[in-house]
Design a binder for this molecule. Structure first.
Ligand code: ADP
Length: 485
């Protein structure tokens, strides 16, 4: 089986959020299942900078190729490299100096044009390279027009018509909603501007196109797959998703066990595993030192997040004064909306001995927080899968979460009677529930036996990609047999 995996971000080439981690890891594990995977992504400026920094070998494999169906004079070139840690996962980089030259991944002259240009170019690239894929696996709205192209304008193309398509929705909160004029730019037929096509409240919606035209759809956890078919989480696409419910699956993301291993992670201060768990404390001390917090043995609560509404920061805002009454420390690492950055900045100034506020993107500090903290906070409004709680579990850092989406699938409330469970949480999206969950965690921190059990339960969980990769293989087989039928 041969797969083309298409994504706007891929770790380690360019990462903004969890999507990059998923597309950077899944192919490694598919390769071990004897699946042949190629990755396609834009040759972002970030990738060029990282290539220089880390010395990756990237070669140009084509001269300029026309994006002939698009209303643009822009052309693209294909570059090629390999996914680190694999034997043969090729990464094809679509290069264009106008569309992919912004400092950030999701910036540039026009996000809609950029996504269309990339999606269309991937199809042209497949034709140019003359590769026969069984599956094109697209991710999120930036690539969701690929199934639309394949099932409409390329429906009779001998090379492309046999390809089955899988769409993974990593976050339904981002859909790619734009003016209808972009259909013309894309060279897509006008009839798609229709309620059964990609029309959406007078605009066009790229993700809706992907949901309607892909053979199989999945999201990144079983609970989120159910949630998004309901009004509360459906972001106005619940009806479209329900109509496809027989082709809609939920597969929990794994985490990269080689990259995220406290025993070998060279980004943390001191390596440890369950047998040498006392060394986790050294990470805490050194983190306190680095952040300028008092070096005391009090519960240290970490949080690493994009600072956006989704992450439940509004209910946090209501309780952080109460939280300061506990003998704890709180470490935040994140960037995002100004109102939240300001909120945390003020909290940091008000409680400098307790709250360490770090408004930046810093992968090394992130690892130190996963390793050094005792608890990890994710009170999300919704969470498709969530990687933060999985990394923290792996590092023996006990999650405090709202039980929604992937958080509900990975974190189980600690039960002191049965000694089962790996964290603490709450259901109703409410500041009082959050505060109570934090108080429970702090209470059990002071009961060493319970806390050691929690750490053991957390660190012995199987969160690896092996299991999930097998489920993806089944999904691909399903998609393939649908097309053959
Ligand atoms: P989302 O995909 O919604 O951003 P996830 O929890 O699935 O949330 O993934 C977020 C990833 O990005 C995690 O790997 C987290 O550690 C990382 N991350 C988020 N913000 C930062 C930051 N400021 N610095 C370093 N890493 C970050």
């Amino acid at each position: 089986m041969r797969i083309a995996m298409v994504s706007y971000e891929v770790y380690p080439f360019a990462k903004v959020g969890g999507l990059a981690d998923v597309v950077g890891a899944l192919p490694k594990y598919l390769e071990r299942q004897n699946i042949n995977v190629d990755i396609y992504m834009p040759y972002h400026k970030k990738v060029k900078q990282n290539a220089e920094k880390y010395g990756w070998a990237i070669e140009k494999i084509t001269e300029k190729v026309d994006a002939s169906m698009l209303r643009t004079e822009e052309k693209f070139e294909i570059y090629k490299t390999m996914l680190p840690g694999t034997k043969g996962v090729n990464v094809f980089l679509i290069n264009n100096e106008y569309y992919f030259n912004a400092d950030e991944v999701y910036a540039g002259p026009d996000l809609a044009e950029q996504a269309i240009f990339f999606s269309y170019s991937v199809i042209e690239a497949i034709r140019k390279l003359n590769f026969e894929y069984d599956i094109v696996h697209v991710n999120d709205w930036q690539t969701a027009l690929i199934p639309v192209y394949l099932k409409t304008v390329f429906r009779d193309d001998p090379l492309l018509s046999k390809i089955a398509t899988v769409l993974t929705i990593h976050n339904l909160g981002y859909q790619g909603i734009f003016e209808p004029e972009y259909l013309r730019f894309a060279g897509l037929p006008d009839y798609l501007y229709n309620i059964d096509g990609i029309e959406f409240y007078g605009k066009i919606n790229f993700l809706k196109g992907g949901i309607i035209f892909s053979d199989i759809i999945n999201t990144v956890s079983p609970t989120y797959a159910k949630e998004i078919q309901q009004k509360e989480y459906g972001e106005k696409l619940e009806g479209v998703l329900r109509a496809r419910s027989s082709d809609l699956y939920g597969i929990l993301n794994g985490i990269d066990y080689e990259e995220f291993n406290p025993l070998t992670d060279n980004k943390i201060y001191v390596n440890y595993d369950l047998n040498t768990i006392e060394k986790k404390k050294e990470n805490k001390k050194l983190l306190q030192k680095e952040l300028g917090l008092p070096e005391r043995d009090v519960p240290m609560i970490g949080m690493i997040n994009r600072l956006v509404d989704q992450k439940g920061l509004d209910i946090m805002a209501e309780i952080m004064d109460y939280v300061s009454l506990f003998d704890i420390q709180f470490v935040l690492l994140g960037t995002g909306e100004e109102k939240y950055e300001n909120m945390f900045k003020k909290l940091g100034e008000k409680y400098p001995e307790k709250y360490s506020i770090n408004l930046k993107f810093d992968i090394v500090l992130a690892q130190k927080i996963y390793a050094g903290c005792d608890m990890f906070l994710m009170p999300s409004r919704y969470e498709p899968c969530g990687l933060g709680q999985m990394y923290s579990l792996r590092y023996g850092t006990i999650p405090i979460v709202r039980y929604t989406g992937g958080l509900a699938d990975t974190v189980k409330e600690y039960n002191p009677e049965t000694k089962e469970g790996n964290g603490f949480g709450f259901e109703g999206f409410d500041p009082a529930h959050l505060l109570k969950a934090m108080a429970r965690a702090i209470y059990f921190y002071n009961s060493k036996e319970d806390w050691n059990t929690l750490i053991k339960n957390a660190m012995t969980m199987d969160l690896s990609w092996d299991k999930s990769a097998k489920e993806y293989v089944k999904l691909y087989q399903r998609a393939k047999s649908k097309v053959q039928r």
